[in-house]
Write a protein that binds this ligand. Sequence first.
Ligand code: GLA
Length: 412
Amino acid sequence: MKKTLISLFAFINISLSAQGNNYAQDYTKYPNLALTPPMGWNSWNKFACNVDENMIKEMADAMVSSGMKDAGYTYINIDDCWHGDRDENGFIHPDKTRFPSGIKALSDYIHSKGLKLGIYSDAGSQTCGGRPGSRGYEFQDALTYAKWGIDYVKYDWCNTEGLKAEGAYKTFTAALKKAGRPIVLSICEWGDNKPWEWGENVGHLWRTSGDIFNCFDCVEDHGTWKSWGVMQILDKQEDLRKYAGPGHWNDPDMLEVGNGALTKGEDRAHFSMWAMLAAPLIAGNDLRSMDAETKTVLTNKDVIAINQDKLGVQALKYKDESEFEIWFKPLENGDWAIAFLNRDKAGKDFTFDWKSNKFTDDEVSKKTFDTNIQNYKVVDLWSKKEIGNTKKTLKATVPSKDILMLRLVKIK
Ligand code: GLA
């Protein structure tokens, strides 16, 4: 009997391998996507659940007409609340009133503009906004998204009782892989389960914190959870730089630039620091009605070039003098970006002697900054002016809650 069983198992094994192991899953993300931090727009920060196809189309039009597409923005991402119901076979459909033409028609429209479409789901039974989640429907939803022509999925973490994050995100990445379309996976579990430790092969970016709140320097307490101002989120990023790189980014959440609560200096500082952090640049304002100053911030190509630099190294905090911080980011061609961030209520006059400030980035890039060996031109990325070179001590003023962002250009 034993012998018969053994040979039966041997037979099953042989016939399975002869057929190919088609039940195997590949729990790794789609490769070669997001090699620089993703750039785009997302509906949540400004519109929350108030999304519909006309607004999304108008946002795509505005992304093109405002010059944002030319500046590098690509993704138009619908966040929570686009969902209708599942049908009797479990397939998800969009809300019929808000998206009467369906998501495929919308993605065709977005693609016709040379842009890409992102959508939102959740690893649990319901999304944070109480719409149908993907738990138990992962492969079906991934197939549906691929059929619709989706290019980016933000996958949230509400209502996930009993699930473990790494396993849940691996199931979904396997589903996307199986669906066969190159789709960026944005892991959104708010940093609760240290996604930087397991996310590199699972997703292309992962949130490092709870939600951003539309303020520069505050914490908003909602009782059972908190949301965080720009500075509070910045303070959570410093130790994570070694986990980021091409194709796998720390995500300090979407931008609040142009959403009205920040001053222009704060908008500039927020945008500059997200660029320094090699963070995804996902605008969260109404692109259809933004003022000229907001547009100037969001389309500053020199600042964007720092963010999109191919070396993909997140900035290091070089000095922290309480409310005055100095950050360095090494760049692919040997240049450096440097940001002097003033978080204080008062303006800051300072001098910075390049020669005596030399260091090696041992933790990540191994690059050495030493102006005794290499001189650089100093270019102010907001005034667009060349303001000297690193042979001469820098003397500058940064207004309250603002930033001086420079590119140090190698002199050959
Ligand atoms: C969570 C996410 C947000 C947003 C909302 C939608 O809070 O962190 O970014 O997607 O859900 O409900």
